[in-house]
Design a protein around this ligand. Structure first.
Ligand code: HEM
Length: 452
């Protein structure tokens, strides 16, 4: 890898560059070093399948730094195999379709707030749509994960807004620290290095402690993530139980995973709908037709009927997967099929998701935003393990249903009432932000919104 201390490329560009180098030479995998840390980049779909799914037992770790002294870091995304294996089945029931239906109305309520706020925002001029949608997803996840009204639209300086920005805004120092401890995790653990600033940890710890106490004292029961997790904590004799600090870490990861990924998906989607007005019109027609069938209200069933909406969201996630790379770490020596390569225990694996999604062999004319790739007639043509916006195998995203639900509710709310076009402030072609952990546009996504 080029000098990571002086990176000129975004992670998306770097992954595409590595991928193209592999592709041009006909390689199925290539070894790279990140300073002293060897990693294997795998680009062949069959080998990817082996790592993510077929031989998952060799690749259960994600290889992310975490540390018991940094309680928020002990969440599902970062945990290593032994702890992850025990925790994942305890959390899976949190995301069943039954639980999604229970949370549905809370999300619709936040959608209504988005619609109302948009009326005021759009008359003031071009809309920073990513920021607007972050307010919506922050309200949603605040309500569903913490049982708290974040009021992100009316109170942009709330503590929630402040601390969530702090998590995602990575200064140069923070990026360097993260890079070094990911390369030398033992050093980080020995020195008890914390990734999360103390005030962020305290904020989340306090807010969960306070909400749990308030619910217990007042006998409040809500249909949300916190409630499901509280029941796991209360159940302390059961093998399904989790500790209080485990619960806080999971609420925290639901918060960060939930608000950024879905707001990115919706803003990339609206940007493409402006670049492709015929797709915007077709989607709006579907939304209006189905809403009319359901007396003008957004219901769980109405969203399921929106098949073109599914295709548009899938195509957005193809071009702009919010998580551009999948990571695993080998936990047991592994013989790579049809090769003389042994992947040694401890080697990290990189799967350059965004590059696969934009490979012309799998997705002809990849620059074109074409939802028809995902129509009922066409979607079976997609080569397995070349399209995985939520990852794949037992360690795939646990929050898919929730992520898609809040994305659809946000888009339906906006498209039924507003027409969108690109603002002059918007630079096309876009450049990805160099310093963002997830996919983000440099300078933001600026749109004009006109009430219909
Ligand atoms: C559009 C929305 C979303 C996208 C694109 C997305 C994408 C992803 C991806 C690519 C992974 C890694 C999968 C892998 O390594 O195979 C992941 C993992 C994860 N996601 Fe999501 N995600 C989304 C929404 C959510 C939501 C709403 C939540 C929770 C409320 C969530 C919670 C998680 C967690 C906890 C993991 C770690 C799973 C594990 O290691 O067992 N995600 N997500």
């Amino acid at each position: 890898m080029k000098n990571p201390f002086n990176e000129k490329l975004s992670i998306q560009e770097r992954l595409q560059e590595q991928y193209m180098t592999c592709r041009k030479k006909g390689y199925k995998y290539v070894g790279i070093y990140i300073i002293t840390s060897p990693q294997l980049v795998i680009i062949d779909p069959e080998l990817i399948k082996s790592v993510l799914s077929k031989d998952f037992s060799h690749f259960m770790d994600r290889g992310m730094y975490h540390n018991e002294n940094d309680p928020l870091s002990m969440h599902l995304f970062s945990l290593d195999a032994s702890k992850w294996k025990k925790l994942r089945p305890k959390l899976t029931p949190t995301f069943t379709s039954g639980k999604m239906k229970m949370m549905f109305n809370m999300v619709v309520t936040c959608g209504r707030q988005l619609g109302t706020s948009m009326e005021e925002i759009c008359v003031k001029g071009p809309v920073d749509i990513k920021h607007t949608l972050e307010c919506y997803t922050m309200d949603v996840i605040g309500s569903c994960a913490f049982g708290i009204d974040c009021n992100s639209f009316t109170d942009p300086f709330s503590d929630f807004c402040k601390y969530s920005k702090k998590i995602f805004q990575l200064s140069r120092i923070k990026r360097l620290r993260a890079l070094i401890i990911n390369i030398f995790p033992y050093l980080g653990k020995t020195l008890r290095v914390k990734l999360m600033p103390r005030d962020v940890t305290e904020f989340f710890l306090n807010i969960v402690t306070h909400s749990v106490k308030h619910r217990r004292e007042n006998g409040i029961v809500r249909n949300d993530f916190l409630q499901v997790l509280m029941e796991r904590v209360d159940n302390n004799k059961d093998t399904d139980s989790i500790s209080f600090s485990e619960m806080v870490a999971q609420v925290y990861v639901f918060f960060i995973a939930g608000f950024e990924t879905s707001s990115a998906t919706m803003s990339f989607c609206l940007m493409e709908l402006c670049l492709n007005p015929e797709v915007q019109e077709k989607l709006r027609e579907e939304v209006n037709l189905i809403l009319n069938k359901h007396n003008g209200t957004i219901t769980y069933e109405s969203l399921k009927e929106m098949t073109y909406m599914n295709a548009v969201i899938n195509e957005t996630l193809r071009k702009y997967p919010p998580v551009p790379v999948l990571n695993r770490r080998c936990i047991q020596d592994y013989h790579l099929h049809n090769s003389d390569i042994i992947i040694r225990k401890g080697i990290k694996i990189t799967i350059p998701l965004i590059a696969l999604h934009n490979d012309p062999e799998y997705f002809p004319n990849p620059e074109k935003f074409d939802p028809n790739r995902f129509s009922v007639e066409n979607k079976h043509l997609i080569t397995p393990f070349t399209y995985m916006p939520f990852g794949d195998g037992p360690r795939a995203c646990i929050g898919i249903r929730f992520g898609i639900m809040q994305t659809k509710i946000g888009l339906v709310t906006l498209l039924s009432d507003y027409k969108f076009s690109l603002s002059e402030n918007m630079k096309i072609p876009i450049k990805f932000n160099l310093h963002s952990v997830t996919a983000a546009v440099e300078g933001g996504v600026w749109l004009n919104a006109t009430k219909i």
